[in-house]
Design a protein around this ligand. Structure first.
Ligand SMILES: NCCC[C@H](NC(=O)CCC(=O)O)C(=O)O
Ligand SMILES: NC(=O)OP(=O)(O)O
Length: 324
């Protein structure tokens, strides 16, 4: 694997899931793979799970780590080609990224969307400039439009917990107080469309995701209809794609409740976290046997570890082709 930015970088999704579950049983099986190599994690935005689980995954593979909150501690970065840098941005990505590449063998980037400029966000301007200028493999730690390490962990969780070969998986929009990115639902949809599941998306009118992510999913505005016989309920808020970055609806009737969970096939409740209790989902669901959110977050280690393994194997192969 060269970079990890979307499901397209996973040559065989099922094989990745299987390998991740092997790591869960034997976390240190490849402890020497990352020896004398360093991973850098650059955060433009807050994180708990991604930061800690990716560090843990890297440590399990013997990698050294450097972590930086570039959004807070770094120089303001300019991304425009040809910019006259007379404002508050001290450094251009054309220097910053290759400098990071001098220090690190693999680089993880977290960079949320602007939610103002759709074209810019959907062109993945920030992470793609790191890909272009760093000269090292780049791992998305949640970019403007995708969160692939999360989606792989979600698929691992579904694989672990499914009770039938082709479970019904429902992605439901839920209310929120803030305008949030489409990255998590986009990415979840992209991975579910690559998996063997019966995939349904439900949201209020105006919250249609970009068609390239919806793919072949069934889409309905009727949440209760969607919940019927579901095996997994995956809740997430997102802001509008059509009226880009806007909040169109905060109707609490879209919150996931115990009454709605009763319509399902005793479904597991999933959320990428952080989740706002009694806004997105009521306490009764999160505190019940339905909720698998902690196990799901735990699986972030194995999703990161299997991805870093694939990238390390490519680096080692290129350095020492005679070994293969
Ligand atoms: N990495 C997982 C989700 C990150 C982000 N959530 C948030 O910003 C929640 C913030 C809040 O609840 O205030 C999102 O939706 O993409
Ligand atoms: N799910 C997730 O990515 O969590 P963090 O934002 O805390 O990393």
């Amino acid at each position: 694997m060269q970079h990890f930015l979307s499901v397209k970088d996973a040559i065989d999704v099922q094989a990745l899931v299987k390998e991740a579950l092997l790591y869960k049983k034997a976390p240190y099986a490849d402890k020497h793979l990352g020896r004398n190599r360093t991973m850098g994690l650059l955060f433009f935005n807050s994180s708990l799970r991604t930061r800690l689980s990716t560090q843990r995954a890297a440590q399990n593979l013997g990698l050294e780590l450097m972590v930086m909150n570039v959004g807070q501690d770094g120089w303001g970065l300019e991304f425009e080609d040809g910019a006259i840098m007379n404002g508050d941005k001290a450094e251009h990505i054309k220097e910053a990224a290759p400098v990071v590449g001098q220090y690190c063998d693999i680089v993880g980037i977290r960079s949320f969307p602007t939610l103002v400029n759709r074209e810019e966000d959907y062109s993945e301007k920030v992470i793609n400039q790191f890909v272009k200028h760093t000269g090292k493999p780049i791992v998305s730690l949640e970019s403007a439009t995708r969160h692939p390490l999360q989606s792989l962990a979600d698929l691992i969780t579904i694989e672990e917990l499914k009770t039938k070969p082709r479970p019904k998986v429902v992605l439901t929009w839920a209310p929120h107080v803030k305008a949030l990115p489409q990255a998590v639902p986009n990415s979840f949809a992209e991975w579910m469309n690559a998996a063997d599941v019966d995939f349904v998306i439900t949201h209020p009118e105006g919250y249609e995701l970009a068609p390239e992510f919806v793919g072949n999913a069934k889409v309905t505005y009727n949440q209760e209809e969607a919940f019927k016989d579901a095996d997994f309920i995956y809740a997430k808020n997102w802001s509008s794609y059509e009226q880009y970055g806007k909040i169109l609806n905060q109707d609490p009737a879209w919150m996931v409740t115990m009454d709605k969970m009763k319509l399902t096939n005793n479904a597991k409740f999933m959320h990428c976290l952080p989740v706002r209790r009694n806004i997105v989902v009521e306490d009764a669901v999160l505190d019940s046997h339905h909720s698998v959110v902690v196990q799901q977050a735990g699986n972030r280690i194995w999703s990161a570890q299997v991805v870093l393994k694939q990238i390390l194997l490519k680096i080692i192969k290129e350095e020492s082709p005679y070994l293969f």
